[in-house]
Design a protein around this ligand. Structure first.
Ligand SMILES: NC(=O)c1ccc[n+]([C@@H]2O[C@H](COP(=O)([O-])OP(=O)(O)OC[C@H]3O[C@@H](n4cnc5c(N)ncnc54)[C@H](OP(=O)(O)O)[C@@H]3O)[C@@H](O)[C@H]2O)c1
Length: 264
């Protein structure tokens, strides 16, 4: 199984969970890092000379579009063509909750893989819980200023844990029957950034404040102090992102599976 973005937030978890299930994993990213138990290779969406190695002995692939590229399909198309020609049977794409088939950015990749592969799935998660940890700009703001600055008012988000996204990805890759659909993934509860600040304060013992910023004429973005594309505006202000559903009930709510992780 090929896992792109294998050093990243979801890819590392997908790789680890596949390895735990005895699947041989080719871990792909620009650094060539190989998470425990994987075969790491250097891979760059923009460097076609790295594509052939990534596809050796690969049956299925977890795909993370190149970040901060407004048109990821342009970069991914040559690889997807090559993957299909090489006999890759199933692909699972990470998109996001506010971008549907044919939409901007990963919506075009969604459309492409649905047309190219007989077996596919697109995961459309809400905001990651991991945005408040690690190197995410939101986390940096929390550490540096003990503050989350947004213009989201009381808009709520169904934050989802990357571990749960990976669980769905692994099922989508390994299930006997292909899903051939997209799945919106959220966590178990909808939280405003006031709620997030309160939880972080409670857990850390350090006062974390949600600073409400007024939306200005140039504030066409989501309003948080991390960089977000204009296309995600409705997720905060409106209700386009389902806030209270659990991650992919059809995939992860089987009684034998562990419960979905909460923000705490
Ligand atoms: N954060 C959220 O709340 C949220 C919500 C919904 C959807 N998403 C989506 O999640 C995606 C990011 O997934 P993630 O958080 O799991 O990854 P991530 O932590 O941002 O890491 C990105 C991974 O991709 C690799 N990478 C970056 N540029 C590359 C390139 N040109 N060629 C090959 N590999 C490259 C990186 O490794 P190297 O640097 O070594 O190459 C790394 O392994 C984005 O598409 C975003 O839209 C995020």
């Amino acid at each position: 199984m090929l896992v792109t973005g294998a050093s990243g937030t979801t890819g590392s978890r997908v790789a680890a969970q596949l390895v735990a299930r005895g699947v041989a994993v080719t871990a792909a990213n620009r650094s060539g890092a190989s998470p425990h138990g994987t075969h790491g290779i250097r891979f760059d969406w923009y460097d076609r000379s790295t594509h052939e190695t990534a596809l050796a002995d690969v049956d299925g692939a977890y795909l993370i579009p190149p970040s901060r590229d407004a048109d990821p399909q342009a970069a991914m198309a040559p690889f997807l063509e090559r993957a299909r020609a090489a006999g890759v049977r199933r692909v699972v794409l990470l998109s996001n909750a506010v971008t549907s088939l044919g939409g901007p950015g990963s919506g075009a990749v969604h459309q492409a893989i649905a047309g190219m592969f007989d077996e596919w799935a697109v995961l459309r998660p809400s905001w990651f819980m991991q945005n408040v940890t690690g190197n995410h700009l939101l986390a940096q703001s929390i550490r540096a200023r003990h503050a989350i600055t947004t213009a989201t008012r009381n808009g709520r988000v169904g934050f989802v844990d990357a571990h749960d996204i990976a669980r769905v990805a692994v099922e989508a890759l390994l299930a006997p029957a292909p899903l051939n659909t997209d799945l919106i993934l959220t966590g178990p509860e909808a939280l405003s950034y006031d709620d997030v600040a309160a939880i972080l304060t409670d857990i850390s013992g350090q006062t974390i404040t949600h600073v409400h910023r007024h939306r200005g004429p140039h504030d066409r973005r989501c309003g948080t102090d991390h960089r977000l594309r204009p296309s995600v505006v409705p997720c905060i202000r409106g209700r386009r992102v389902p806030a209270l559903t659990r991650p992919s009930p059809t995939v992860t709510s089987h009684p034998s599976l562990e419960p979905v992780r909460s923000f705490r």
